[in-house]
Design a protein around this ligand. Structure first.
Ligand code: NAD
Length: 290
């Protein structure tokens, strides 16, 4: 019997923890608040922002939206960004990507206060992922994968995990989190040869590549655990992952669907990170002002 790992269930469970933390905060007169910062009108950025906004609204968390025109000058944008960053009423910042080329993403991320960095973009937080610190604010998608595996009591110790995709926002930080759980991790990218054999021995396959039907029946050993992070649209315009779900689902022991899998958890993780960030800011902290 294959277990379908249900991202909505995981998000629901996490939401209860968030609501508890939120009511505790409010009892102490603290209203956590997130700032969404977007430059331009890229459809992917808008849809992620809208999804996150709805999630925060549903949880009863205050959100402020800062939208800048595509042609805003770098100077004007960075001036406003500094203000948001140092506003003590704002506990977390989500910077929507991409930003236009004339604004240096590197510079913006360098300016961001790591304790407001709820999507784990800064080098401080990525460094904490490396060493597995408890107070890390890690990138939300890898964190959502780890929440999913944890919710379904999947012990990664000693497991052979093949991770397909090695981007800085998903694959690489996820590889570190898996290693921190004592998994043996094989990391594949577009240039990896013989993907089939690298997956076929794996106890766990995690695909974050962005390629339709990349993981098919020959890639999967019987009883494998499959986590599909990919979000793609097939020829019929239907949202699908990287895994040929129908072809592999009976062979796997656990599998995530798309939609309704990892993608259903990420904005809730973002809200959870806001609660963590708010908690860090209760104490007088050293704010890194740039
Ligand atoms: P990216 O394009 O930055 O990186 C893709 C990675 O996959 C690269 O390392 C690339 O070498 C590798 N890759 C691409 N095609 C491959 C192939 N045929 N064989 C092996 N490796 C291959 O993408 P990203 O931002 O890391 O996102 C990856 C996927 O995850 C996308 O489909 C994206 O939409 C999805 N995503 C989902 C969520 C979510 O919440 N579920 C969040 C972020 C991204």
């Amino acid at each position: 019997m294959t277990t379908i790992m249900d991202g909505r269930k995981v998000a629901g469970h996490l939401s209860e923890e968030i609501k508890d933390a939120l009511s505790q905060s409010k009892k102490h007169g603290i209203r956590p608040k997130v700032a969404f910062v977007r430059v331009g009108d890229m459809p992917d950025a808008i849809s992620y922002e809208n999804a996150a906004f709805r999630r925060f609204e549903k949880l009863g968390i205050d959100a402020e939206q800062y939208h800048f025109p595509e042609d805003v000058s770098a100077k004007a944008f960075l001036t406003k960004f500094r203000e948001i960053n140092s506003d003590h009423a704002i506990n977390g910042i989500l910077l929507l990507q991409p930003v236009p080329e004339h604004i240096s993403m590197k510079r913006v991320v360098e300016l961001m206060n790591p304790i407001k960095d709820i999507d784990g973009m800064t080098q401080v937080n990525l460094g904490k992922v490396l060493t597995g610190e408890d107070d890390r604010l890690e990138p939300c998608t890898p964190a959502a994968v780890m929440e999913m595996l944890n919710f379904y009591n999947i012990d990664l110790k000693g497991k052979n995990v093949t991770l397909v995709g090695a981007s800085a926002v998903v694959g690489k930080p996820l590889a570190l989190s898996l290693m921190n759980k004592d998994a043996t991790v094989t990391i594949c990218n577009l240039y990896t040869d013989d993907l089939v054999s690298r997956c076929a021995d794996a106890d766990v396959i995690i695909s974050a590549a962005g390629a339709v039907n990349l993981i098919d029946e020959p890639h999967v050993k019987a009883g494998a655990i499959i986590v599909d992070v990919g979000i793609n649209f097939n020829a019929d315009g239907k949202m699908v992952g990287d895994v040929n779900y129908e072809a592999v689902k009976d062979k796997a022991a656990f599998i995530t669907p798309v939609p309704g899998g990892v993608g259903a958890i990420t904005t809730t993780v973002l809200a959870y990170h806001l609660m963590m960030a708010t908690d860090f800011q209760k104490e007088p902290v050293l704010f890194l002002e740039n």
